[in-house]
Design a binder for this molecule. Structure first.
Ligand SMILES: *Cc1c(COP(=O)(O)O)cnc(C)c1O
Length: 223
């Protein structure tokens, strides 16, 4: 690895681009949480980023996260861990025990399971409702038309929903989808927006993201 391409220099570059995009939109960069998506990457790749000051990380599989994060969190108690992948209801207990934020609440049955798990564990991870913003058949996320009912269901359960999350269709211009997610959040009085990945986090930052989820630009390509 060249000294010019280290986890620390990649982190600095992403932070700088994020700050510039936020400033262009008249926002402070402190308003945007950079989540380093460490799926498929090992402890030896994650540790240098923690040492460079990164504190928010994300994983997309509960089981994979259980293999690497309990020890890392014990060593670095101020790390915040986000679940950004689809969650099966039978993994709700495990997810609530390990994660500080869950970005994939997308159906009433999962809301029920999370409410039960949170009460049992007496933990309240930050919750995002994932919206299937492009109306894609294969993708997780609540249909736009089902969003009001899902939010009402969560409210009735006493679940506090912080905001909305989306993954726009691959290979398309993301900006219209980000703008739509921002509008949906505004319409429902939700303040947080989890949107933007390596290819489009600057766009997301300009359109109101409060957290961006960046993997490849920090860790390099996944194999
Ligand atoms: C993998 C993943 C990311 C990060 O993607 P990159 O393109 O590597 O930055 C962001 N969000 C979700 C939901 C992911 O699964």
């Amino acid at each position: 690895m060249l000294p010019t391409d280290t986890p620390a220099t990649r982190l600095a570059a992403v932070r700088e681009k994020l700050a510039r995009a936020a400033a262009l939109a008249g926002r402070g960069s402190g308003a945007i949480e950079l989540i380093a998506i460490s799926k498929t990457h090992g402890v030896e790749e994650i540790t240098p980023l923690i040492e460079a000051g990164q504190r928010s990380f994300g994983e997309n599989r509960v089981q994979e996260a259980q293999g690497k994060w309990p020890a890392l969190k014990a060593a670095h108690p101020d790390v915040r861990l986000h679940l950004v992948g689809q969650l099966q209801s039978n993994k709700a207990d495990d997810a609530v025990a390990l994660f500080d934020a869950i970005h994939a609440l997308d159906r009433p049955s999962l809301a029920n399971a999370l409410a039960r798990a949170m009460e049992k564990a007496n933990r309240t991870p930050t919750l995002f409702v994932q919206v299937n913003i492009g109306g894609e058949e294969q993708k997780g996320g609540c249909a736009i038309g089902d969003l009001p009912a899902l939010l009402a269901h969560c409210r009735a359960l006493g679940l506090n929903i912080a905001g909305l999350m989306c993954v726009p269709p691959a290979g398309t211009e993301a900006a219209p989808y980000f703008a739509l997610l921002a509008k949906l959040a505004r319409d429902h009085g939700l303040s947080q927006l989890s949107m933007g990945m390596s290819g489009d986090y600057e766009t997301a930052a300009m359109l109101g993201a409060t957290c961006v989820r960046v993997g490849t630009a920090l860790f390099g390509a996944r194999t």
